[in-house]
Structure formats: structure tokens, C-alpha cells
Write a protein that binds this ligand. Structure first.
Ligand SMILES: [Zn+2]
Ligand SMILES: [Zn+2]
Length: 373
């Protein structure tokens, strides 16, 4: 392919050095500058020179132009020849020449306000049965004085004179790639497209003010630590008439001094004295649903588990209720008085109280080793 058009516009040869191209560009753009040259067609010629120089002054674009023609050099930054080498990639180019890319989205568009997060502490039982909690916090809300317009009451925002309501303006900048046109957020209205001549005294034109806010949170039965409840519209005020953000209430459940919870299951540890364990008994056992009587059979051992059906926590969704497990711990008596000791000796003498024979364990082996000494 023979692409010489851009070279011809500047009046240089195809193998011209960067210096020659620069000199030619200066000379030609002076000659055809619309402020100087009033001839018909001069303005178009000037634009053509700018276009040619934009491509040929950049080594990458020039190489691409030589290879693919104008389409290669100008087919957008994603096109052939411009792979971003030496610029750190596509993103960097945007942030360098297009004002951080922020201007690419319409700043006038309604935008939802920020979400907020609030942590609430629940008692162990509140998490099981559910609760209603009032939470109070400060948030950015719509200004009450100006109802969000930002203008002093009795006045209204007017269409911005600088951007004519677009919220963005075009700025021409000389860059290493030549003259670049970029869109930036309007510096007068800051993207709102409207100008406030007489700002509201409460919010100074932002349309937002900090306000104390209280909402009632309905905590469902069966919640657990770390779960979140979303309250739509209870976050911060939106922008350009956009909706409020949401409030996320994060659950933190306090530990209980009696119970441990594992999802829908509640665990309880019951201490028994060795007489209760040996002879059996009926004992009151606390549950989150109230005390229940538990029958302990004769000869109950430490570690034995009893299930109290339906005495656990409810499922968060659905109507199931978990169980409570009671784990037995037999406590060996200490500080026996003489009468008790005598009774136990009589007890021992009354019959065989040996525990079931066990295989030789570690401690027996240690004991054997000492016996040999
Ligand atoms: Zn503006
Ligand atoms: Zn206001």
C-alpha cells in the first residue's frame, strides 16, 4: 500500500525525519491558520494539516499509517498499529487524555446514593425469636431547605451558561499525539448542567445535608452473626434526582452464658453428681423456650447426649425448629465429710464396683515401667 497523502499535506517525503515533519508542520499551519489566511479553503487545509501531523508526529501512528493507511492510524485507539506500547495500555491512555474516563459517563444522569452499613448487637434469645430494633444514624439526606435543588428558596437553578446543560465541555489540548479534543466535566456546574446563582444557605448548593435518621429494623427469627438485612432506600441521598442508597444491617449475636448455638441446634451441658448419674433422677433443664424436665436413667455416663426435640432455634426460612442437645457431665465429689467417706467405703465393700476392663493404655505402660524400677 502506498500511503503518501499525509506526507503530501505537510510537503515532506515519506522518509522525512521527525524534525523535518515538525518544521514542515509549523510552517504549514502558520500559512493556513484561519486567523491569518482568509482564502477560501484555508480552514479545511489547516484541518487537514492538523490531522496529518497528529498521525505523523507519533512514531506508532506513523508506522501504522504507513502500513494500513488513514484507517489504521485513525480507526480509534483499538485499531491496528496502536497497541498501547510505551503508554501502559488502553486504561492509561484514557486517564491521560480523557480526564480519567469519568467524563465518558453522563454526569447529569440520576445516580443512586451510597449504601450504608450498620452493625447491631442482638442478645442470644433475640436472634432466636426475632426482634424489632430501632437504629439511629446520621446520613446525607435531601436538603430540607431547598428540597434538593441546591438553590435558595424562591430561586431556581438555571441552565448552565458554559456547557448549555450538557454537564461536559470539550477541551482542545496539545498532546504528544497532536491536538486532542477531550470531554471534561464542566467547571462551572460540576456536571449538573444547571447553574445555581443563589445557593441554598443550608447545603451551599449541594442539595444534600446531614440528618439524623431513625429506622425500625424487623429482625427475623433465626438470624446468625454475619447475616445482613437490607433496608431499601435507607442509605444516603441520590444525585441528580436519583434514589436513595440502601442500609445494610449486619447482625452480631452475643454469646450466651448457658447455651451454645450451631445453626438450628442448641447445645447445653448438664452437670450431674455421681449419685444422680448412678441412681437416675428427674432434673429441670433450661432451654430458650423455658425449663423442661429431663429424666436421667440409672447409670448415665459422662458424655451421654439427650435430645430435646423442638427446643432449638427456628430456621430463618420455613417453619422448622431445631433441637436442643443436653450433654451430661458427671462431677466427682470433693471435700467429702467423714460420714460420706465412711458411707463410700461401705459402698465399696458392698460389692464389685470395678469399671469395665480396658486394654492397656499409655498410662498403664508408664506405670509398668515405674514398677520395674
Ligand atoms: Zn456547566
Ligand atoms: Zn439546600
Amino acid at each position: 500500500m502506498n500511503n503518501t497523502e499525509f506526507y503530501d499535506r505537510l510537503g515532506v517525503s515519506k522518509d522525512a525525519s521527525q524534525d523535518e515533519i515538525k518544521k514542515a508542520y509549523r510552517k504549514m499551519s502558520k500559512k493556513y491558520h484561519p486567523d491569518i489566511n482568509k482564502e477560501a479553503g484555508a480552514e479545511q487545509k489547516y484541518k487537514d494539516i492538523q490531522e496529518a501531523y497528529e498521525t505523523l508526529s507519533d512514531a506508532q501512528k506513523r508506522a501504522s499509517y504507513d502500513q494500513f493507511g488513514a484507517a489504521g492510524a485513525q480507526g480509534g485507539f483499538g485499531g491496528g498499529g496502536f497497541d498501547g506500547a510505551g503508554f501502559g495500555g488502553f486504561e492509561d491512555i484514557f486517564s491521560s487524555f480523557f480526564g480519567g474516563g469519568g467524563a465518558s459517563r453522563n454526569p447529569n444522569a440520576p445516580r443512586q446514593g451510597d449504601d450504608l452499613q450498620y452493625r447491631i448487637n442482638l442478645k442470644f434469645e433475640e436472634a432466636i425469636f426475632g426482634a424489632e430494633k430501632e437504629v439511629s444514624y446520621n446520613r446525607e439526606a435531601t436538603c430540607r431547605t431547598c428540597t434538593g435543588s441546591g438553590a435558595k428558596p424562591g430561586t431556581s437553578p438555571v441552565t448552565c451558561g458554559r456547557c448549555h446543560g450538557a454537564g461536559v465541555i470539550n477541551v482542545d489540548t496539545q498532546t504528544p499525539l497532536g491536538m486532542m479534543r477531550r470531554q471534561v466535566t464542566c467547571d462551572v456546574c460540576h456536571g449538573r448542567g444547571k447553574e445555581i446563582k443563589d445557593p441554598c444557605h443550608t447545603c451551599h448548593g449541594t442539595g444534600h445535608e446531614k440528618q439524623a435518621h431513625t429506622v425500625t429494623v424487623k429482625v427475623p427469627a433465626g438470624v446468625e452473626t454475619g447475616q445482613k438485612i437490607r433496608l431499601s432506600g435507607q442509605g444516603e441521598a441520590g444525585f441528580n434526582g436519583g434514589p436513595y442508597g440502601d442500609l445494610f444491617v449486619v447482625i452480631q449475636v452475643q454469646a450466651s452464658d448457658k447455651f451454645e448455638r450451631d445453626g438450628m441446634t442448641i447445645h447445653y451441658r448438664l452437670n450431674l453428681n455421681f449419685v444422680q448419674a448412678a441412681l437416675g433422677d428427674t432434673v429441670h433443664v433450661p432451654t430458650v423456650h423455658g425449663d423442661v424436665d429431663l429424666v436421667i436413667p440409672e447409670g448415665t455416663q459422662t458424655g451421654k447426649k439427650f435430645r430435646l426435640k423442638g427446643k432449638g432455634a427456628p430456621s430463618l426460612r420455613g417453619s422448622m425448629v431445631g433441637d436442643q442437645y443436653v450433654t451430661i457431665n458427671v462431677v466427682t465429689p470433693t471435700n467429702l465429710n467423714d460420714k460420706q467417706k465412711a458411707a463410700l467405703k461401705d459402698f465399696a465393700a458392698a460389692g464389685n464396683i470395678a469399671v469395665h476392663p480396658q486394654k492397656k493404655g499409655f498410662f498403664d505402660k508408664v506405670k509398668d515401667a515405674f514398677d520395674d524400677l
